[in-house]
Design a protein around this ligand. Structure first.
Ligand SMILES: O=C1O[C@H]([C@@H](O)CO)C(O)=C1O
Length: 551
């Protein structure tokens, strides 16, 4: 079936965490409307930009866009930003059931609130690999009191101004900044929140029946924060990650990085005379943000009876062993597509923090990404000269780079070059983490690939060595679209370059991408047919496409 949506992107006042701010929403809603479709459906989403003075695009995160690379919604990569007042028609199929989301992919518009859930159900007649009685969505995000515009200015100022930690964590767009839902149950200086219930920042409470199993679809669209989610007294069975089944495993809490999605099963087998906390806390960076909270309500009692015990304690932010233990449990469910046993091309990508002309940036193999004004998809397809860096970016980095210390020479270059793959090549990417520019520290980065799922072949501590590939899991590696690199560690990915188009591969932390932490992949672009001309008619292609006929 074809599903039609009309989206108007517009700022409005809102109080996501009880403080009035300007938020970016769709059709007056924040978070933006949930899209629900069936596998095999075609979505036709007409996006009208009502922002008055800035462009916009929307990326359908986790949807591979086979045959429609111009609908991936990445400004300067797959399309021109939609100008104020204009409408762009996204038409693409959702071929695989799973938990996804969508978000702005121009500057830091995701930070401003431009995100919503995208759920793809199985095609009619197909059955899930697990049973459940009901389901609900948890769309997780972090919220900032400084506007996305001010954050962009801060990050590109000399001296550099870091954005620091978010003010609040939001669950389905709702958080509490000046009060705590759990004040009466724990030691805090915050007052107890009091709600009539219709406030925009009142928690969304999840109502369940006892002795049932629920599928909880979780997505993290945070700008910065890595999160840990727990539900008091309840176990979680992880069954899906990034739209792919995983071998089910049971945990007390899950770590979720920006750009990831999970489905977990929860069985309501606890005391039905109580309600329970759902808590979200910060991991991987020294937190300065209170937990995000809401309530799991057993319908056997009133939802207004809050738990008297404190919310689950989020694991210590720097307990990386906890994160690694969780991450290593994620393997593919039987029946998942297996990886090719060999690669055709390998990239070793070093992640460093650098200086470029006095600006603090992130660079990959010493190149910090700056996007061109003509979208790559059009430039490559129509062979436009001079629209982006023609020098291919480096496949690897210097063997003597000391990943445990600040770089000896912190300066790097900017670049807009593209890694070009032969269609159907098997590509391995080893992401190598390193020390930041100042002090002894290395940070978490969740890397997201557009247009493909990849197999996560392995993780390791320290510097990747040739022999490490013997430890790769080629038997049942999980298929995902986002994978984390741990501090001072490496992560190995494999994918097949089988989707003609131009695809971003980048750190999903909004500020880090803004600071250049990404690369551009392209394959088989000459095979891409029928690019709508409004998708790429800007920059150097504006005149060309108006004057000539192309197919
Ligand atoms: O990009 C970043 O900059 C700061 C810090 O390294 C410099 O202020 C930080 O924590 C980041 O993740």
């Amino acid at each position: 079936a074809v599903r039609h949506y009309k989206f108007e992107v517009k700022y409005r006042y809102g109080e996501p965490d009880c403080e009035e701010k300007v938020v970016m929403g769709i059709n007056g809603q924040f978070p933006c409307p949930t899209i629900r479709a069936k596998a095999g459906d075609t979505l036709h989403i007409a996006v009208t930009n009502k922002l008055v003075t800035e462009g916009t695009v929307i990326h359908w995160h986790g949807i591979r866009q086979y045959g429609t690379p111009w609908a991936d919604g990445t400004a300067s990569i797959s399309q021109c930003a939609i100008a104020p007042g204009e409408t762009f028609h996204y038409r693409f199929t959702v071929d695989k059931a799973g938990t996804y989301f969508y978000h702005g992919h121009y500057g830091m518009q995701r930070t401003a609130g431009l995100y919503g859930s995208l759920i793809v159900d199985l095609a009619k007649g197909k059955k899930e690999a697990f049973d459940y009685d009901g389901e609900f969505n948890l769309l997780l995000s972090d919220w900032w009191h400084k506007s996305s515009h001010e954050q962009q200015v801060a990050l590109s100022s000399i001296p550099f101004r870091w954005i620091n930690e978010p003010q609040s964590l939001l669950i389905n767009g709702r958080g509490q900044h000046n009060c705590s839902l759990a004040a009466n149950a724990m030691n805090t200086s915050l007052p107890q929140c009091k709600f009539r219930g219709n406030e925009e920042c009142a928690p969304q409470i999840f109502h369940v029946h006892p002795n049932k199993t629920y599928r909880i679809r979780i997505a993290s669209t945070t700008s910065l924060a890595s999160l840990n989610l727990a539900i008091g007294n309840h176990k979680l069975v992880v069954v899906e990650a990034d739209g792919n089944y995983v071998k089910p495993f049971t945990v007390d809490d899950i770590d979720i990085y920006s750009g990831e999605t999970y489905s977990v099963l929860l069985t309501t087998n606890q005391d039905p005379k109580k309600n329970y906390w759902i808590s979200v806390g910060v991991r991987g960076r020294k937190p300065n943000t209170p937990q995000g909270l809401t309530i799991l309500n057993y319908k056997t009692i009133s939802a207004s009876i809050f738990p008297t015990s404190p919310p689950p304690i989020t694991p210590q932010w720097d307990d990386y062993n906890h994160s690694k233990t969780f991450t290593h449990k994620i393997i593919a469910r039987k029946g998942t597509r297996k990886p090719p046993q060999h690669y055709d091309r390998r990239l070793l990508l070093l992640n460093t923090q650098n200086l470029v002309d006095g600006n603090t940036k992130w660079a990959i193999n010493n190149v910090s990404l700056v996007l061109p004004s003509t979208p790559y998809l059009g430039s490559i397809k129509f062979n436009v000269n001079g629209s982006f860096g023609t020098k291919s970016p480096p496949n690897t980095f210097s063997e003597d780079h000391d990943i445990y210390n600040p770089p000896l020479n912190p300066n790097s270059n900017i670049g807009s070059g593209v890694y070009m793959f032969q269609l159907n090549q098997v590509v391995d990417v080893i992401l190598q983490n390193a020390n930041v520019m100042k002090g002894q520290n290395s940070e978490i980065h969740p890397w997201h690939l557009h247009g493909h799922d990849f197999w996560v072949l392995g993780y390791g501590d320290g510097k990747f060595q040739q022999g490490d590939e013997r430890k790769f899991n080629l038997k049942n590696p999980p298929l995902r679209n986002t994978a984390v690199i741990f501090p001072y560690g490496w992560t190995a990915l494999r994918f097949k370059a089988d989707n003609p188009g131009v695809w971003a591969f980048h750190c999903h932390i909004a500020s880090h991408l803004y600071m250049g932490m990404g690369v551009i992949f392209a394959e088989g672009v000459l095979n891409v047919k029928r690019i709508p001309r409004e998708a790429v008619a800007c920059g150097l292609l504006k005149k060309v496409l108006i004057n000539k006929k192309h197919n």
